[in-house]
Ligand binder design. Structure first.
Ligand code: GLU
Length: 459
């Protein structure tokens, strides 16, 4: 059975890069009727925060990416220690009693001698003295554990990149357990992926070089590595690695701007994957149905916010208006508008084609909630026509057709030119040069409100 995992470190919010990794893993798990594991990699004690973990989970839930199993690395320390100790017993790893400064000094010495900065057991062993052991015990420190890097080539077949070879001598021995008792990333990730029987590791290719250490650890613990699929990083429009400089990049920011989760998942799925028929807009069911790892691309994907906004506009147009009402309310409330406006449904129907993020909504609908403070200057004949139009409107059935009809007689009678007149009317009613159709606007505003807004122009 396929088992995949999403393994974020809770050191910040969920960014679009991480979210895309989660999307790929989730789609693959659902497609293959496998399991999607959420594993919080919180062994960096200083940087990991429970608050970030909560927000990561909240972001995943908002995206609709549900998980089948949940783990936290900080609750699995005994397992890492046990595996590390057994590697020491089988001489595949060794304890190190050197302090970080001493370890760093070795590195600097090697570099100054023009050698690659690779640690070897002989260099580190000399600190393993009875005095040091005593000191460690007194300070409550555990020795670090270093993994003995075998002197051989490693290679694997990456699903995205094909055969990847790491030549012997690329790296030296490396730490797997720190003296604070915590495992390093490369070690914990292998112990966990093996223990959780992960079959496929789909992740960003910034982890490609880590795979060498991970392969060596799999070999040492006698476990078969999973299949790897390293997907290209997401770049900003300038071709540089996507970062805060490029604007909104966290899932929370997307949500706050009114990007719909369905649109974001759809957009992220296409950053490095493509539908077999090149389809762009697809719901989650179709993505699951069509997803396959062999359509993951090698080329870096560019995060194009305008394209996401376009895609979002397609989703905004499509969702049932009842749902649109519900998700629009927070955006209106934030702008100080009454989210329980009796005509909210009609208002949203009228403007939903005009917005690409829900955060644009207040600007587009403001005049339905408060009178604009603009005035339009009507000519005498236009004023006369307006008086009669209002008179007509007072008694008609309130719908678009009769609203339009109420205009024609008076306009003819006073020889009012349509284009100019309608433009002024729009300005007087909404304070804007453009927006929803005039008849729709009037229908939603209602007779009394329309009359009130026009009165000051007619005086
Ligand atoms: N915790 C790692 C990260 O957030 C996971 C990497 C992996 O998937 O192996 O980058």
């Amino acid at each position: 059975m396929v088992r995949v995992r999403f393994a974020p470190s809770p050191t910040g919010y969920l960014h679009v890069g991480g979210a895309r990794t989660a999307v790929f893993n989730w789609l693959f798990a659902r497609k293959e009727r496998g399991k999607f594991v959420l594993r919080i990699e919180d062994t960096d004690l200083e940087r990991s925060k429970r608050e970030y973990e909560d927000r990561l989970k909240e972001s995943l839930r908002w995206l609709g990416l549900d998980w089948d199993e949940f783990y936290r690395q900080s609750e699995r320390i005994d397992l890492y220690r046990e595996v590390a100790n057994s590697l020491v017993r089988s001489k595949k790893a060794y304890y190190v009693y050197a302090y970080p400064e001493e370890i760093e000094a070795i590195r600097e010495r090697l570099l100054s001698e023009g050698k690659p900065p690779h640690y070897r057991e002989e260099m580190l062993k000399e600190y393993d003295t009875p005095e040091r052991r005593k000191e460690y015990a007194e300070k409550g420190l555990s020795p670090a554990v270093f993994f003995k890097m075998p002197d051989k080539d490693y290679s694997f077949e990456d699903i995205v990149r094909g055969k990847v070879v790491f030549k012997r001598g690329t790296i030296g021995d490396f730490v797997i357990m720190r003296s604070n008792g915590m495992p390093t990333y490369n070690f914990a990730v292998v112990v966990d992926d093996a223990d959780m029987e992960i079959t496929h590791v789909i992740r960003g290719d910034d982890h490609l070089s880590n795979t060498l250490r991970q392969l060596a650890i799999y070999e040492a613990i006698g476990k078969k590595p999973p299949r790897f699929a390293h997907v290209s990083m997401i770049l900003g429009p300038d071709g540089k690695k996507l970062s805060k400089r490029h604007g909104a990049t966290s899932v929370e920011e997307m949500r706050d701007r009114g990007i719909l989760p369905e649109a974001l998942v759809n957009y992220l799925a296409l950053l490095g994957w493509s539908h077999p028929e090149g389809k762009e807009i697809m719901d989650i069911r179709e993505m699951v149905e069509k997803f396959s790892l062999d359509r993951l691309g090698k080329n870096p994907a560019i995060f194009d916010f305008e394209k996401l906004r376009w895609m979002n506009s397609v989703y905004i147009k499509r969702i049932p208006v009842g749902k649109l009402v519900e998700i629009s309310k927070p955006f209106l409330e934030k702008a100080g508008f009454d989210p329980n406006h009796p005509k909210l449904k009609e208002i949203l129907e009228a403007v939903k084609d005009r917005i690409r993020e829900l955060s644009e909504l207040p600007n587009v609908v403001d005049y339905f909630f408060k009178e604009p403070d603009t005035e339009a200057e009507f000519e005498e004949n236009e004023k006369n026509a307006l008086e009669e139009i209002l008179e007509n409107l007072r008694t008609v059935d309130w719908n678009r057709k009769s609203i339009v009809k109420a205009f024609s007689g008076p306009m003819k009678k006073y020889r009012v030119k349509g284009k100019d007149f309608f433009q002024k009317l729009r300005k007087a009613l909404s304070g804007k040069e453009e927006g929803v159709e005039l008849d729709v606007m009037i229908e939603i505003l209602g007779f009394e409100e329309m009359r009130r807004r026009l009165e000051k122009c007619l005086r």
